[in-house]
Design a protein around this ligand. Sequence first.
Ligand SMILES: Cc1cc2nc3c(=O)[nH]c(=O)nc-3n(C[C@H](O)[C@H](O)[C@H](O)COP(=O)(O)OP(=O)(O)OC[C@H]3O[C@@H](n4cnc5c(N)ncnc54)[C@H](O)[C@@H]3O)c2cc1C
Length: 477
Amino acid sequence: MTTSRAELGGTLYDIAVLGGGPAGLSAAVAAATQGSRTVLIEAGARPGGQYWRHRDGDDGALHHGWGQFRRLQRKSAAHHLLDHRFGHSIWHVERTAEGFVTHTTCDDVPRTLRSRTVIVATGAYDRQLPFPGWTIPGVFTAGAVQALLKGQGVLAGKRIAVAGTGPFLLPVAAGLAEGGATVVGVFEAGRPTAFGRHPIATLRNLPKLAEGAGYLSTLLKHRIPYRTRTTVVVAHGTDTVTGATVARLDDQWRMVPGSAREIDCDTVAVGYGFTPQTEIPLQLGCEMARDADGSLVARVDSRQRSTADGVYLAGEVCGVGGAQLAVTEGELAGLHASYTTHGSSVDRRRLTLLLRRRAAQRSFAAAMHQAYPVRDGWQSWLDEGTTVCRCEEVTAGTIREAVGDLGATDPRAVKLYARPGMGLCQGRVCGYATTCLVARANDRQPTADDLRGMAARPVAQPLTLGALAAGDDDNSS
Ligand SMILES: Cc1cc2nc3c(=O)[nH]c(=O)nc-3n(C[C@H](O)[C@H](O)[C@H](O)COP(=O)(O)OP(=O)(O)OC[C@H]3O[C@@H](n4cnc5c(N)ncnc54)[C@H](O)[C@@H]3O)c2cc1C
């Protein structure tokens, strides 16, 4: 799509920050403080993103770093150079002669915002692995359970099994237990003791260690079993979850024969890490890479610049690493983008501090990815009839047939032959699993190109045809 200058009115911002989570909020405050005319655009009704998702009047009891959030939020709200567009869903960003045009919809009304530079901070969403029964109502992603609790104060169920891999399972289980649910167990597929191989990264991030210890003590207080090298491999039920099967896993995550047992639960919360939201960097032609955790991420240099001119990136869109890393990267992106766009001076001492902090936080993230890898053996939990793409009801068997019988060598070809990723979510849910299944059936590991094939979406967020048609009007805001 191209938008001519004549169609656009309104302010030309120095910087548009796309996404109001920890990274975007920090970037917007830094940019405005440096004297750049900035706009923060966020789909949600308020800032905070996933980590600081909250309700009106929230006292922060469920949050870490709440004081830091409140400080950023206050600065953001008060700064005369910083405008906010909450409730604006960004569906496309295009390059123009003067910089960028960000296309959004708000209450189904299309809007455009012009800026000289963009900082993309669109974060990540849950990474899901299919298993028999995962489409039964009552099976949630761990992030969805957490979002319900933090955003609405709602418990997803009464007797909840938390399963998957990674440290994120801990706050989810701790939050549910403190909220009044019975957590029947945390089933960690990996071996968290592998963290012990990274003592330096751990010691450089003591607050993270303290946060983890806090969650573990909550688990102890509520007598929640924590089982490692174990996960939920089947969810049972028809209209709702009535139980689950958990099994021990070997080093490659294949089930240990004879180890499967049924547990009684009405809800399963599953999390296997996160998938960065890369639609906008892909739209803007940023170079991508496959990160240590197997995700597709946008590449950045030491200044948080992408490979596309005028496009900065911060937070999980350029690598999953937690909220504190997102805040640091956000501030760095805000400072550097301001310097480039607006010529503002940079406080060298602050910059040095931020660079050191980012290095420490990135080393912790790297240790986390090494300690909690997703192993291929999850594919052996699936039978041929297990649904992988729930939108188009495509099974694991159909995907394997597309490779074995039709000769598809990459996920895009499988998408064309068998339709996984063609439905409403456009591969957001099944993209990772499909990519892994196709690579494995071709006897190889997934590549960045495979992941890109399932992640490229010219329309980043759903919008109605009415909004699209109305977009021809001059309605800049
Ligand atoms: C569901 C979920 C819950 C999580 N809960 C926790 C937790 O409790 N504890 C923890 O340690 N970590 C949690 N995480 C991990 C968390 O994502 C990060 O550590 C941290 O929030 C990353 O910050 P960020 O700014 O990079 O991204 P995010 O926090 O994801 O913020 C990105 C923001 O961009 C907005 N956005 C994205 N795309 C668009 C678009 N097209 N248009 C407009 N706005 C857009 C989103 O609405 C969001 O507010 C959670 C992750 C998920 C997916």
